[in-house]
Design a protein around this ligand. Structure first.
Ligand code: PHE
Length: 346
């Protein structure tokens, strides 16, 4: 370290020095101004600097010595008067601590929890299953014919090869596990991560979250399905929203439907989010295909059921108006901070 740097370091040390007892004050004096003290040693170096610089360094070192003396006198006076404390020094220990930034739940966690809560209140349990799934649970038992395009490499990440272990493409796989596990009634939802081999864009991602629901009992009807989903949409988005069901196709439900909700952004009048239709798609649903019940060891003559499945990212997008799916996974704090004050929590 140069002389200049050592002088600066000593200045900083003097400014920050603390001593609340007379012993500590004396120790400070010895450490700085004693025969082997830091300031004394620096003063001693004056004889080594070139003659033309002596004036400059002499002044500088004198200031240092004065600063050490002044600080020593201050500390000594305070210690003798019994008023020595850390208050008023460089560290004000009475100042309230700065709040630690507390972080927050991720919007996907917030929404998944809200969905789960809504269904828990009407008697649904939560069930989980593996993300690496076998062909039977992800496809076979769900009535996917062997040539179905969803089994194609296009959509599915296979771990071994087609027809073997794969990353689940939906959490309907968990519904199969639930149905195999015992006797109806079953009333359960399965939240979880799912994977599809899609190019990442504003509207698609290779990993997303679903919550799928299943209700199997004697005499379960389509009307109950509709009532349940209407209750969900109103609980999630507000009492004014309406739903409508459009006929659709899934291999594991018959009949099947796509569920639309009146656009919460424009109130159904038409906007860019709903592409001026007044409706936005929120999930798929249908009556569990009797063949699927039979595949899982449930007598379709005795029992019937309904199932539905939604994307958590999609629900969060409509709730918070997230314009681009990629925002969820970039971990940009400017995005995440918007969920930290609890304003969005239900
Ligand atoms: N599993 C379907 C999907 O991933 C969603 C769905 C679930 C549709 C249950 C109907 C019934 O798209």
């Amino acid at each position: 370290m140069s002389l200049k740097e050592r002088i600066e370091a000593a200045e900083a040390e003097i400014a920050l020095a603390q001593a609340t007892t007379t012993d500590a004050v004396e120790a400070f004096r010895v450490a700085m101004l004693g025969r082997n003290g830091k300031v004394t040693a620096l003063l001693d170096e004056l004889k080594l600097v070139p003659p033309e610089e002596k004036r400059l360094w002499g002044q500088r070192l004198n200031q240092l010595k004065n600063a050490a003396r002044t600080r020593w006198e201050e500390l000594k006076a305070a210690a003798e008067a019994g008023t020595a404390s850390l208050a008023g020094t460089a560290v004000d220990v009475t100042r309230p601590a700065l709040a630690e930034p507390s972080g927050s739940l991720h919007p996907i966690s917030i929404v998944r929890q809200r969905i789960t809560d809504i269904f828990a209140r009407i008697g649904y349990t939560v069930s989980q299953g593996p993300e690496v799934e076998d062909d039977r649970h992800n496809f076979g038992a769900l009535n996917f014919p062997p040539e179905h395009p969803a089994r194609d490499m296009q959509d599915t990440f296979f771990v071994d090869g087609p027809g073997e272990l794969a990353l689940r493409t939906h959490t309907s796989s968990v519904q199969v596990r639930v149905m195999e596990s015992g006797k109806p009634p079953f009333r359960t939802i399965s939240p979880g991560r799912v994977y599809r081999n899609e190019a990442i864009s504003a509207r698609a991602h290779c990993m997303f979250h679903q919550v799928e629901g299943l209700y199997v009992d004697k005499g379960v009807s389509f009307a109950e399905l509709k009532g349940t989903l209407d209750h969900f949409a109103k609980s999630m988005f507000g009492p004014e929203v309406k739903i409508r069901l459009r006929p659709s196709y899934f291999p594991f439900t018959e009949p099947s439907a796509e569920v639309d909700m009146s656009c919460t952004i424009c109130g159904g009048k038409g906007c860019t989010v709903c592409k001026h239709s007044g409706w936005v798609e929120i999930m798929g649903c249908g009556m569990v295909d009797p063949a699927v019940l039979a595949n899982c060891g449930i007598d379709p003559e005795e029992y019937s059921g309904f199932a539905f499945g939604m994307g958590v990212e999609r629900i969060a997008q409509l709730l918070y108006r997230v314009p681009d799916l990629r925002l969820y996974w970039e971990n940009d704090v400017r995005f995440l901070n918007q969920f930290s004050d609890g304003a969005f929590r239900g």
